[in-house]
Ligand binder design. Structure first.
Ligand SMILES: Nc1ncnc2c1ncn2[C@@H]1O[C@H](COP(=O)(O)OP(=O)(O)OP(=O)(O)O)[C@@H](O)[C@H]1O
Length: 227
């Protein structure tokens, strides 16, 4: 069996504890994600998908339970360590692309690499390779406003993968696109996962897309179940 990239054990999370707005979003959520696996995270709106992804990607902390990334238990890790692991091992894609409008497609993929100390030439070569892989070699010099929604989202996928993370976490990555474009973006995402051996956890409301993944997990009543 391939290596475990992400392990979540007994995650709990309550927002606004002790207030009338208290909501127990996670009540012992468990998950094991292996290299090369693409897992759909399906749940009703408000069930806690974003919360789970943010905790898995070390952008938020759980009240209880464990997050292990690439075999490293993050319990007790300080903010510095969490940031280092997040930058090295985790790529995020959101519903909206969040590309920097004043930079080109290529620059949007290059900049995070420069911030991580990758030499400029190498970062540009990686960016160009990724753009070619998603069929956007001819759009490298376009700014986001000059790209279609599907193209913008493909660039966002390239940006997320630029630093060769082990894990891709995606929160409704095609939720903002029409069905045909959404299918295209998803094809690209699956192809990249297959080529890089990455593992991916992808939250989606789209059950057809979910059915194309290796496994479907349902988040209900704060726990994850095979769906
Ligand atoms: N910072 C916060 N403070 C208080 N409540 C919050 C906070 N963040 C999220 N919640 C609540 O926790 C619940 C889960 O939110 P979350 O965004 O994780 O759900 P989701 O499954 O991603 O929803 P959607 O599919 O609609 O995006 C919701 O009821 C939300 O209102």
């Amino acid at each position: 069996m391939s290596e475990i990239t992400l392990q979540l054990e007994g995650l709990t999370k309550t927002y606004l504890p002790g207030t009338p707005g208290e909501i127990q979003v996670l009540r012992g959520a468990d998950l094991t994600l292996r290299a090369g696996e693409v897992v759909a995270l399906v749940a009703p709106s408000g069930a806690g998908k974003s919360t789970l992804l943010q905790i898995a990607g070390l952008l938020d902390t759980a009240d209880g339970g464990r997050v292990c990334i690439g075999g490293q238990d993050m319990a007790g890790a300080g903010e510095r360590k969490r940031t280092a692991v997040r930058r090295q091992d985790v790529g995020f894609v959101y519903q909206f692309h969040h590309l920097l409008p004043e930079f080109t497609a290529l620059e949007n993929i290059v900049l995070p690499q420069l911030a991580d100390g990758v030499p400029q030439r190498q970062a540009e070569a990686r960016g160009a390779d990724l753009l070619a892989l998603v069929g956007l070699a001819g759009r490298a010099a376009h700014r986001p406003a000059a790209l279609s929604g599907g193209e913008q989202q493909r660039v966002a996928v390239c940006r997320a993968l630029a630093n060769r993370p082990r894990i891709l976490l995606a929160d409704e990555p095609t939720g903002n696109l029409d069905p045909a474009t959404s299918d295209q973006v998803f094809d690209v995402l699956l192809q990249l996962v297959a080529e890089t051996g990455l593992s991916a956890l992808i939250a989606t409301h789209n059950l057809e897309l979910a059915a194309r993944m290796n496994r479907v997990l349902r988040l209900e009543n704060g726990v994850l179940q095979d769906g």
